[in-house]
Design a binder for this molecule. Sequence first.
Ligand code: ADP
Ligand code: MG
Length: 630
Amino acid sequence: MAKKQFKAESKRLLDLMVNSIYTHHEIFLREIVSNASDACDKLCYKALTDESVGLDRKDFFIELKTDKDARLLTVSDNGIGMDREDLENNLGVIASSGSFQFKQELGDDAKDTDVIGQFGVGFYSAFMVADHITVVTKKYGCDTAYMWQSAGADGYTITECEKDGVGTDVILHLRPDTDAEKFSEYLEGWHIQELIRKYSDYIRFPIRMEVSKTRRKEGSPDDKPEYETYTEVETLNSMVPIWQRPKSKVTKEEYDKFYRDKFNDYADPQRVLRVSAEGAVTYTALLFVPSQQPFNYYSRDFEAGLQLYSSGVLIMDKCADLLPEHFRFVRGVVDSPDLSLNISRELLQHDRQLKVIAANLDKKIRADLAKMMKDEPEEYAKFWKNFGRQIKYGVVSDFGAHKQDLQDLLLFYSSTEKKPVSLADYISRMKEGQEVIYYAAGESVESIDRLPQLEALKDAGTEILYFTEDVDEFAAQTLTAYQEKKFQSALSGDAAPAESKDGETEKLEDGDHKAALDFVKETLGERVKEVRASKILKSHPVCLTAGPGLSFEMEKYFAAVQPEQKLKADRILELNTSHPVFAALEQAVSADPERAKKYAELLYDQALLIAGLPLEDPSGYTDLVCGLLV
Ligand code: ADP
Ligand code: MG
């Protein structure tokens, strides 16, 4: 029998296909199974209008068989089948899709079917793993069965043959194993089960296979149990995805189990969110917020993204484009029947539909988190512990592009509430006359709490937000204000309590102590930007505040991440003029300038220590202290 040649362009395409379009060879099984599912769908659709088909949706199935000795993997279906013409047109011409045509002919009715095929190349992916493919098929309403055979690019033959019943067997003769690839794995039951669960779990028809199992031999003694192996036909796929089932029919336990199994977490998710949309883009999404931070979350290894399905078939395992960076901790699946996939289904076109879905999900997740914050503050606090940092990064990233969207989700530790609070709550508690949101950045809540610079504000009962993470001050700087209240560092010299600002009673004019202040500035030289009488100190003699711009915490951050830049905050030395130490200083300035110089050095060093900044000359400092002791 004459061998027919694939069309010339098809030959080249086949070569391309097998060698480059698909990156994962294992997806051939998904393609062949999807075709079988399409074939069932087509006959099922026919049965709706043609009673003589005599089949019901539940009568259709897909069956997998292996023959290890002969290296054969067979995928059978009892779907529509193909006649000679179909074989010529659909398998003889690469990139011709009978399924696409089927949907075209159905027009609007196509939405009643779940037909997957559309490119007419999926079938050929089987040549990545098989050197020889036989298709035995009998079309519904046709008496003759046909056998199509091909060993790849050099063509195919079609002959008549025998076959019981309507449907198609696709028989793959697997390639010999190489060092790089063990094709014989596709003959192993466990591997096939794994692949079906991964890619074809939600095919709407049962995918069955005979699997071997072990059980205890009946009657074997308890102390010496004997086991035997036996085979049983099992359905490998779960068919209806949990996200397609009516919301009211799925229990929390089912969602939890689905989440744990699918995303390999041993803990239940903290939050489950279902989203479905119809219109411009139709899709369903099932999203989860993990209840704990993945151990590698903030490392490079963590891969974010949602699983993307198109009509129940897995297209992409981690589609990062579906999630904004600030919600990259969210896990879940998105299923959309109308994504424009390109021929390999692996390389999604970065198209409008995907962007529409992503924007929508961003909004839904945000709304859900806001709801949790409002209704379940304790749960939200837990969430914040896990992923708050990510949200703060989100405020800062992309030059603040998302700050408006994210600012309501922020929490910071409050000096008065002794727990993380939202900015809205802070503002609602602000006292008459308070114009700004006070914050103080430092290593930890405890260390900030001890800072002398905060004394005056605290005594006045002013609430201060404690910034303990690197990103906090950057976030505040990006926001600049919340509900029109500006952020103001309580560690900067301007951060006097509200009442004392306009109070005439305060007469801390530098002029009164000008001589001593100038003396200290002269002694310290360029090391300090300014030396001034402090408005913020109460019981402590000295502290350091930063000028506008870079803060000390930012300086420390930059020293750690880009030390070569030597970015420094402006140092302003604040002296408490009502402290006895200041009186001693003033006295020394006039009576013993040499001693006064030592005082100036000492006070500066102490201010550095309090600010958590490194001393410029630690041994000089100890010499000074010791000098004063004797
Ligand atoms: P697609 O599925 O994108 O149409 P394929 O290369 O996977 O492209 O399949 C090409 C065509 O071959 C299908 O559209 C269908 O008409 C036909 N076909 C493939 N497998 C089967 C099958 N098991 N039963 C019936 N027809 C099939
Ligand atoms: Mg296909």
